[in-house]
Design a protein around this ligand. Structure first.
Ligand SMILES: CC1=C(CCC(=O)O)c2cc3nc(cc4[nH]c(cc5[nH]c(cc1n2)c(C)c5CCC(=O)O)c(CCC(=O)O)c4C)C(CCC(=O)O)=C3C
Ligand SMILES: [Fe+2]
Length: 324
């Protein structure tokens, strides 16, 4: 069992009002070679929702649900927006926290989903005198709590389809696309991001359909591609896939995320939904793990596991930085 005196929830962060949007986006893309047009497009997605991402409130909700189930104080720090990790670590230090477990709101390997959070924690610790030690909890894509929450939500989504389509509807799992070069170096042996997503999709399908190990039962596709057009990212995109899929109905399951944040409510509920409507394809979207009781209890179970040994220093290396 881990020897911790606090839980630190680490997340992506998001804007909470219109004026926050551009400074938030500048934080996200600093040095990452994202074209200006893409940035303005994404700004419009946020402004369409009043300049607020749902992600911060979703973190507050998760913390409120987890706090009563564990006997540690819970702190929260983000990569890209308030409350910033550095400010939170400063508060933890002044509260006398010595050793915290970090629960990151991302279940997978890869630079963007894992290493970048480790780097952010290290940078924030370096800036804070007396900062607590921070032990990142393990990847939980295959944890029974995460799988049960996603399976429940997939069943709920299926129930929103007309009864006659439920058995034949295709389960289409989605995750954030990443550059193929990043995918190739994810995890100790490479390829871990996609392999873990495939494993999670198979486990969820097995719970929902009784047989998920056969990959024929589901698809894994990608969403939210960013970056310059000449750099290859994981494909196919979810919208292209919907145009081709050979099924009478589709359930989108955003297995790559743990809350219904902007990439989910815009890229799936607006863009993918429009695509499906255009071609008359019945489409429903499963909610993410959010505050599902099994996802909430999973956090306590992770804290009770033997302390993770941590990632090898060489896995999930950072992509070369560009001037942003
Ligand atoms: C793997 C992965 C996850 C899952 C793991 C995890 O959850 O952490 C994730 C989550 C998220 N991504 C998010 C938002 C954005 N991601 C961007 C850009 C990028 N994402 C990337 C990857 C991922 N991203 C990559 C390789 C880039 C290119 C730039 C770079 O190399 O870093 C951009 C820039 C604009 C654009 O889209 O081009 C934005 C605004 C939000 C917040 C949503 C909200 O506000 O509600 C969340 C949770
Ligand atoms: Fe992203």
């Amino acid at each position: 069992m881990g020897n911790y005196d606090a839980l630190l929830v680490v997340s992506f962060g998001g804007p909470e009002k219109p004026d926050d949007v551009m400074p938030f986006l500048e934080n996200v893309i600093r040095g990452r070679g994202i074209p200006r047009e893409r940035l303005l497009e994404v700004e419009a997605h946020y402004q369409r929702f009043g300049g607020a991402s749902p992600i911060n409130q979703q973190c507050r909700d998760l913390i409120a649900a987890v706090e009563p189930t564990i006997d540690l104080p819970v702190y929260w720090g983000n990569r890209n927006w308030h409350p910033y990790l550095e400010d939170t670590l400063r508060r933890m230090a002044s509260d006398g926290v010595r050793r915290a477990a970090a629960f990151v709101t991302s279940a997978y390997s890869s630079y963007s989903a894992c290493r970048q959070y480790l780097d952010d924690i290290a940078l924030a610790r370096a800036a804070v005198e007396g900062a607590p030690e921070v032990v990142k909890l393990r990847h939980y894509f295959d944890h029974p709590g995460f799988v049960a929450a996603m399976a429940d939500h997939t069943r709920e989504a299926l129930d929103r389809l007309p009864a006659g389509l439920r058995d034949s509807a295709r389960l289409v799992f989605t995750a954030h696309s990443i550059p193929t070069s990043m995918a190739a170096t994810a995890g100790p042996g490479g390829g871990a991001y996609e392999a873990q997503l495939r494993r999670a999709a198979a486990l969820v399908t097995a719970e929902v359909r009784g047989d998920g190990e056969g990959e024929g039962a589901w698809d894994l596709v990608w969403q939210s591609r960013s970056g310059a057009p000449h750099i290859p990212w994981l494909e196919p995109d979810v919208c292209d896939h919907l145009l081709e899929v050979d099924a009478p109905a589709v359930v989108l399951v955003p297995i790559g995320f743990v809350s219904d944040h902007m990439e989910v409510v815009y890229d799936l509920d607006v863009e993918a939904a429009e695509t499906a409507k255009k071609i008359g394809l019945p489409l429903v979207r499963a909610t993410t793990a959010g505050t599902h009781p099994r996802f909430v209890s999973m956090v306590g179970e992770l804290l009770a596991e033997p302390e993770p040994t941590g990632c090898a220093a060489t896995c999930c290396p950072a992509p070369p930085r560009r001037r942003g």
